[in-house]
Design a protein around this ligand. Structure first.
Ligand SMILES: [Zn+2]
Ligand SMILES: [Zn+2]
Length: 309
């Protein structure tokens, strides 16, 4: 089996693929623009989440603009990636993400773009606090954002920091050669950057129907995972699917009774415009339903900070 080379391959180019690629790397030209468009689209449909989704849409536009301001990055070499993958680590070292000052260039660009955007007062106060924050403090914050280890008081800072880290990680991921990301063992964390999946996506590619990929919440890479299998504990027993009664079943929660976790699964056949990060944010009602039934979410959406606002 060979992985797709050079980023996410447009569906029409995949043709009669017999096996899915192990990894689909993000496309820099479209990754954040797709999120911006999708968030605006869903904001118009979902009045209770309108303000939040418009904020996220503006954030994704700021992320796209920030890409053009990044200095040239230093990628790990092919041999380094091979060694890291051989011992089960992600291709990109996680401490390399927060300690590399490149992401703070993205942060400054995002903070500037977001200045005129309408937002809650707490979000504007957080933006101003980050503008004046020294690099070592920013790096310490970024390390804890990547570990999902923030105090309640710091949560308003998260979307800007996570957005900047996404820009850096997505750019790095897009520069890697997908064929270097072996061995093709399915893991619960992204083989490219080591972050947890934000959702699963069901793709139809060529003659492969509804092939499941786990979608990374940080770098936007997708990695193949067979269906009806818990991405956390690999159990194939006790997997069930939850939807909100009367709502579209394009986004379902896949729950595992073995480890009591869940991850949303999004059908691109039913909702071709869906995007993992945004459609996850736009279905908070499903999180509430499933968590009330005592399944735990694997990891939060990196951009989520305002509860259900
Ligand atoms: Zn990743
Ligand atoms: Zn499980």
């Amino acid at each position: 089996m060979t992985a797709a080379k050079g980023g996410i391959v447009p569906q029409e180019e995949i043709g009669n693929v017999a096996t899915p690629p192990f990894v689909r790397l993000p496309s820099l030209t479209s990754a954040f623009q797709r999120r911006a468009t999708r968030a605006s689209q869903l904001a118009a449909q979902q009045k209770p989440l309108e303000g939040f989704l418009l904020f996220v849409s503006a954030l994704a536009r700021a992320q796209h603009a920030a890409l053009g301001k990044l200095p040239a990055g230093t990628l790990p070499g092919q041999q380094e990636i091979f060694e890291r993958r051989k011992r089960g680590a992600a291709a990109l070292a996680s401490d390399g993400l927060w300690s590399d000052p490149t992401w703070t260039v993205a942060l400054d660009a995002i903070l500037e773009s977001m200045a005129p955007v309408e937002k809650p007062e707490a979000a504007e106060a957080a933006r101003r606090r980050l503008v004046g924050m020294a690099v070592p403090e920013r790096q310490e914050l970024a390390r804890r954002v990547l570990d999902f280890d923030l105090s309640a008081e710091e949560r308003a800072l998260t979307p800007y920091v996570a957005a900047a880290l996404q820009v850096h990680a997505t750019r790095m991921a897009s520069l890697i050669d997908a064929q270097d990301i072996g061995p093709e063992e399915v893991t619960s964390l992204c083989p490219v950057c080591g972050s947890p999946p934000v959702a699963s996506l069901l793709h139809t590619m060529g003659n492969l129907q509804n092939t499941r990929f786990l979608s990374c919440g940080l770098c936007g890479s997708e990695w193949h995972c067979v269906r009806v299998k818990c991405s956390n504990c690999a159990s194939t027993k006790g997997i069930t699917y939850q939807v909100i009664e009367g709502q579209s079943d394009a986004v379902r929660a896949e729950t595992c009774d073995e480890c009591k976790t869940y991850l949303k699964i999004i059908s691109l056949e039913k909702e071709p415009d869906a995007e993992a990060v945004i459609d996850d944010l736009a279905t908070l009602g499903l999180d509430i339903l499933v968590s009330e039934a005592e399944w735990q979410r694997l990891a939060p959406n990196p951009l989520l900070t305002f509860g259900d606002a």
